[in-house]
Design a protein around this ligand. Structure first.
Ligand SMILES: C[S@@+](CC[C@H](N)C(=O)[O-])C[C@H]1O[C@@H](n2cnc3c(N)ncnc32)[C@H](O)[C@@H]1O
Length: 314
């Protein structure tokens, strides 16, 4: 296991498109809401979503198109630039996105587009755009990336809008190299034929694990057991949550950091870690992402402090 000693992630990691490119993608996609006559509706919806998230009323935070779009405008850009830096920083994750010839990713709770945009912001620069037009025969292998976004809230419209902009602005005639599928389901209730866990090279649970455990503790534990039974050897699992007490959960009468419970489920009980189905390959308890002040976006771009755990299936 590599103990990550960085304190802060770079504002821009060279292997992804720049943070400004990323926020520009949101500016183009949500132009109507951000710059035109829908600005007042947007600012009211942002306040609504903020209040619901603060009170941990997660279902209510995402129960209408205006609220979901507000989240995409206000929070997804910050998440996407931070995730682009984090995914680039994690070698295994970077390889799945940029080097795999046929990779498949599952983003649980990824309906708001942050994960999607960051992944494509890394995939796009890895495409050889000249290959199709070159007169010289080259040994290039076509790359294919399948991204599955599973979310209990219906983000299909927002994902459609983001995908359309990514095709036009980033992927051009390579848009079919990335297949994006949005699945509007409760991850805890999905059957194996929909989940297709054995096909996945990377699974992400970003700011979603806590929500799962708060809503359905026993079903969440069963879900992690299912990951251990069904994921293929080599599959990566990335978990990100807020650093600090916001991510503590109560079991019985005790409160403790959620990562302790996840480690127990995936690695095995303390002292018997070698018996678990996964290896912990990289982790950090409190890492910062700070964006550059000069970034041009009409709404606040948040900094992020989080813990992460990257596991690999044995
Ligand atoms: C706090 S948001 C985080 C969104 C995104 N991952 C990010 O980092 O910006 C949590 C997401 O998980 C989704 N979610 C919560 N419970 C879920 C479940 N049981 N199945 C699928 N998605 C779920 C919510 O609808 C929401 O989109």
């Amino acid at each position: 296991m590599t103990k990550d000693t960085s304190k802060t992630l770079p504002a821009h990691h060279a292997c992804s498109l720049s943070p400004q490119d990323i926020v520009d993608l949101f500016k183009i996609t949500f132009d109507q809401e951000l710059y035109r006559d829908e600005q007042q509706i947007l600012s009211d919806s942002i306040q609504n979503v903020k209040a619901e998230l603060y009170n941990r009323n997660y279902a209510a935070a995402f129960d209408s198109t205006t609220k979901r779009t507000a989240y995409c405008c206000r929070w997804s850009p910050s998440r996407a630039i931070a995730y682009a830096s984090l995914f680039s920083h994690l070698e295994g994750v970077r390889e799945v996105i940029q080097k795999g010839t046929d990779s498949e990713v599952l983003c649980i709770g990824g309906g708001a587009g942050g994960e999607l945009v960051s992944i494509v912001s890394m995939f796009a620069p890895s495409i050889d755009f000249t290959a199709k037009y070159s007169t010289v025969q080259r040994e290039t292998t076509a790359k294919n990336l399948r991204i599955n976004l599973v979310d209990i809230a219906d983000w299909s419209l927002e994902i459609q809008r983001i995908t359309k902009t990514m095709d036009k602005a980033w992927l051009f005639d390579h848009s079919s190299d990335v297949q994006i599928k949005f699945i509007n389901q409760n991850i805890l209730k999905m059957g194996p034929e929909d989940l297709r866990l054995p096909s996945m090279n990377l699974i992400t649970l970003l700011f979603t694990t806590n929500e799962l455990f708060l809503a359905e503790k026993a079903a969440s534990i069963r879900f992690f057991q299912k990951l251990s039974q069904e994921c293929s050897s080599g599959c990566l699992l990335l978990i990100v949550e807020s650093a600090g007490s916001y991510s503590h959960i109560t079991v019985g009468t005790k409160k403790f950091p959620i990562q302790f419970l996840i480690d127990t489920l995936l690695l095995g009980k303390r002292g018997q870690e070698s018996q678990g189905a996964w290896d912990l390959i990289q982790e950090h308890d409190s890492l910062w992402y700070r964006g550059k002040d000069e970034i041009d976006y009409p709404l606040k771009v948040e900094n992020m402090r989080f813990f992460y755990r990257l596991y690999r299936k044995k």
